[in-house]
Design a protein around this ligand. Structure first.
Ligand SMILES: [Zn+2]
Length: 250
């Protein structure tokens, strides 16, 4: 099943998952209608459903026009139904969804934030929780909540690809470079990102294995990361909170 990565707005990503056997197409988040409808028309795909990760406007703003054009059904977190656009179906963390997605609880960025994990695709759609070389801002949750969210993802298979909701890779990598990332992985990615930027290729879809070498929020248990954060000897949760706070004030 191919995953189509679609750039929307200034730096958002939306994702289409095409299941030719079932004749179904799933959209993850709806930042903007036009680029998504263009890809659907281009491929000749009929959109079956939309899964929403969280309530922020830049993940739902295109939804009404997409639903009107396609008749797709909308799914979102039952606990956040009042803040999300009108849902046809509500899910809760732990649910298995049509198409093979597992709903993972992912609070921190917002309290009702979820991620979608597709074991058969080795794909995690993490939106604004775990991001490429970083993690989302804590608008509603606590550092502890995001720590647990990231730890939940870290336990998934290493070859899982992480698809986040924004292209913040370059800024996140520049920040991550301050926290003792693996030197070889850092150099390789620093060389690769400008090439991706020139061609417009997506920066998301890195593996968990590579994120564990680069992403400071996945490396809070390492003494060199604690030291780089200025909290040598602190426990991983405190290291996480320190790094997140330093990013907020960077
Ligand atoms: Zn958001």
């Amino acid at each position: 099943m191919p995953i189509e990565i679609i750039r929307c707005l200034s730096d958002n990503y939306a994702f289409l998952i095409h299941d030719p056997a079932a004749g179904e197409v799933t959209l993850i988040d709806a930042p903007e209608a036009a680029p998504i409808l263009d890809v659907l028309a281009d491929r000749g795909w009929n959109l079956t459903r939309v899964y929403l990760t969280h309530h922020h406007w830049d993940h739902v703003d295109g939804l009404a026009a997409i639903v009107e054009a396609t008749g797709a059904e909308v799914w979102g977190h039952a606990g956040d139904a009042e803040r999300l656009p009108k849902l046809n179906h509500a899910f809760v963390p732990g649910d298995e969804l049509p198409g093979g997605a597992q709903v993972l609880d992912a609070p921190g960025h917002t309290l009702g934030h979820i991620a979608l994990y597709y074991p058969e695709l080795s794909a995690l759609f993490s939106a604004d929780s775990l991001m490429t070389h970083g993690c989302g801002r804590l608008f509603e949750g606590t550092p502890d909540q995001m720590f647990d969210t990231v730890a939940r993802f870290a336990a998934l298979p290493e070859d899982t690809r992480v698809y986040s909701g924004h292209d913040y890779a370059a800024a996140n990598l520049a920040f991550a470079a301050n926290y003792a990332p693996d030197a070889e992985a850092l150099a390789a990615r620093q060389a690769e990102l400008p090439i991706l930027a020139r061609t417009g290729a997506p920066t998301t879809g890195t593996t968990l294995e590579s994120e564990k070498l680069l992403n400071p929020y996945l490396r809070c248990h390492l003494p060199q990361v604690a030291a780089a954060a200025g909290v040598a000897g602190a426990d991983p949760r405190a290291v996480f909170a320190a790094i997140r706070s330093q990013k907020d004030n960077a």
